[in-house]
Design a protein around this ligand. Structure first.
Ligand code: ATP
Ligand code: MG
Length: 357
C-alpha cells in the first residue's frame, strides 16, 4: 500500500489521473497542491464541475481498493488570472470571456446567460455584462426587468445580483427607445462606463454578451476591453457560419484568441416524441471549426423548454439543474475555462487557442 511521505510523492501519484481538461503532469504545476494541517488540498485553477467530481471519485476508488493509505484531501476551484494582450484591466476581474457572433439571433444571449450560470455552478464567482446597447436582453432573461442599480458616491454602479451571478446591462438604466437613437461613439462610451464604473465584486470570470455584427462598435469593444478569450456562437446554417467566420477574424485582428465555437440550435428535439431533427442542416460548425483549426466546444439543441425557461426569467441551467441541457452547459463551461487556463502553458495537444486567418 502506497504511503505519501511528501508533497512531491502525492503530486507524482495524482499525475496518474488523466482527464480531457488537464495537461499531463498537471499536479506538478505551481500552486495546485498544498499541504494543510488537515491534509492535502488540490486547487483546480479553473471552473470545472465535472473534473472535480471525476477526480474525487478517482481518489475514493483508489482508497477503497486499498492501493493507497487513507489520507484527507480537499478539492477546491480557485481560478487564476490570465494575461491578456490589452494592458488595461478591469478592477477585481480575473478573466473576461466575450461571447460573440457576427450574426444576430443565433443565441448569443441565451448562451452567455447559461454559460455564466454554469461557470458559477462550477464553483467560480461570475459576472455577466450585457454589451448589447441597442438590444439588451439580459435583464429579461434573468427576470430582472424592473431592477435598477444603486449608485455609490455618485459614480460606482452596483451590479444586479441574480441566480448567483452579478450582472449589468444598459437595459437596467434606460428604455430601449432611448438607447436606440444613440450614435456609435455614444453607445461605445456607454458600454465603457458599464464596464469600468460598475463596482464588480471580486470575479473569477466576467462574461460579455456581445452585440451582433463586426462594425465599429464591436471592433472598439474588442480593442478596448481586456478580453482573455472569445467564444463564437453559430447555428449550422451556411449564412450564420459565414458571419461566424467574420466574428472570429475580427478578434484575430485585435489579437484576442478564440477559444472555440458553440453550435447553437444544432438540432431540434421534439418535446412530444423526443425525436431529433437537424432542421438547420448538420455538420456545419464542425466543418468550419476544422477549416479554421478551431475547437467545436458544444452542440446545443433547439428545444422549446430552453426558450420557455429564459422567457420566464429563469434560464434552463437554474430551472432544470438535472437536465441534459444543463449538463451540456456545464461541460461547455469546463471546456472554455480549462482552455483559457492552459493557454500559453504546457498543455495537452487537444487544448489550444487559435488565431484565425
Ligand atoms: N438552444 C435554443 N433552444 C430554444 N430556443 C433558443 C435556443 N437558443 C436561443 N433560443 C431562442 O432564440 C431567440 C434568440 O436567441 P438570443 O436572444 O439568445 O440570440 P442573440 O444571438 O443574442 O440575438 P441578438 O443578436 O438579437 O442579440 C430567443 O427567443 C431565445 O430564447
Ligand atoms: Mg443578444
Amino acid at each position: 500500500m502506497r504511503q505519501f511521505t511528501s508533497k512531491q510523492d502525492f503530486c507524482d501519484w495524482l499525475n496518474q489521473f488523466e482527464h480531457p481538461s488537464l495537461a499531463s503532469d498537471w499536479a506538478s504545476a505551481a500552486n495546485i497542491i498544498s499541504v494543510e494541517a488537515s491534509g492535502f488540498k488540490v486547487s483546480i485553477p479553473f471552473a470545472a464541475k465535472g473534473l472535480v467530481e471525476d477526480l474525487a471519485s478517482w481518489i475514493s476508488t483508489q482508497q477503497a481498493a486499498g492501493d493507497v493509505a487513507s489520507f484527507a484531501c480537499e478539492i477546491e476551484v480557485a481560478p487564476k488570472t490570465l494575461e491578456t494582450n490589452v494592458a488595461a484591466q478591469v478592477k477585481g476581474v480575473k478573466n473576461i470571456i466575450a461571447v460573440t457572433s457576427a450574426k444576430g439571433g443565433v443565441g448569443k444571449s441565451t448562451t452567455s446567460v447559461n454559460l455564466a450560470l454554469a461557470i458559477a455552478q462550477s464553483g467560480a464567482r461570475v459576472g455577466l455584462l450585457d454589451a448589447d446597447i441597442y438590444g439588451p436582453s439580459v435583464p429579461i432573461m434573468l427576470g430582472q426587468q424592473n431592477a435598477q442599480p444603486e449608485v455609490r458616491d455618485n459614480k460606482w454602479m452596483q451590479p444586479i445580483a441574480s441566480h448567483g451571478i452579478y450582472t449589468h446591462s444598459i437595459g437596467y438604466l434606460v428604455s430601449k427607445d432611448e438607447a436606440a437613437i444613440w450614435r456609435g461613439p455614444m453607445a461605445a462610451k456607454a458600454l465603457a462606463q458599464l464596464l469600468n464604473e460598475t463596482e464588480w465584486p471580486e470575479l473569477d470570470y466576467l462574461i460579455i454578451d456581445m452585440p451582433p455584427g463586426t462594425g465599429d462598435i464591436q471592433l472598439t469593444l474588442a480593442q478596448q476591453v481586456p478580453v482573455t478569450g472569445a467564444v463564437i456562437v453559430t447555428t449550422p446554417q451556411d449564412l450564420a457560419l459565414a458571419d461566424a467566420r467574420k466574428g472570429a477574424a475580427m478578434f484575430n485582428k485585435v489579437e484576442v484568441p478564440v477559444v472555440g465555437v458553440v453550435e447553437n440550435m444544432s438540432y431540434h428535439i421534439c418535446s412530444h416524441c423526443g425525436g431529433k431533427e437537424h432542421i438547420f442542416g448538420a455538420g456545419g460548425a464542425e466543418k468550419m471549426s476544422q477549416e479554421y483549426g478551431l475547437d467545436l466546444l458544444a452542440q446545443i439543441p433547439l428545444h422549446i423548454e430552453m426558450r420557455e425557461d429564459i422567457d420566464k426569467g429563469c434560464p434552463t441551467v437554474v430551472a432544470r439543474p438535472e437536465s441534459e441541457h444543463t449538463h451540456q452547459y456545464l461541460a461547455l463551461a469546463e471546456a472554455v475555462c480549462s482552455r483559457l487556463y492552459w493557454h500559453g502553458k504546457t498543455k495537452p495537444d487537444s487544448i489550444q487557442f487559435t488565431m484565425v486567418e
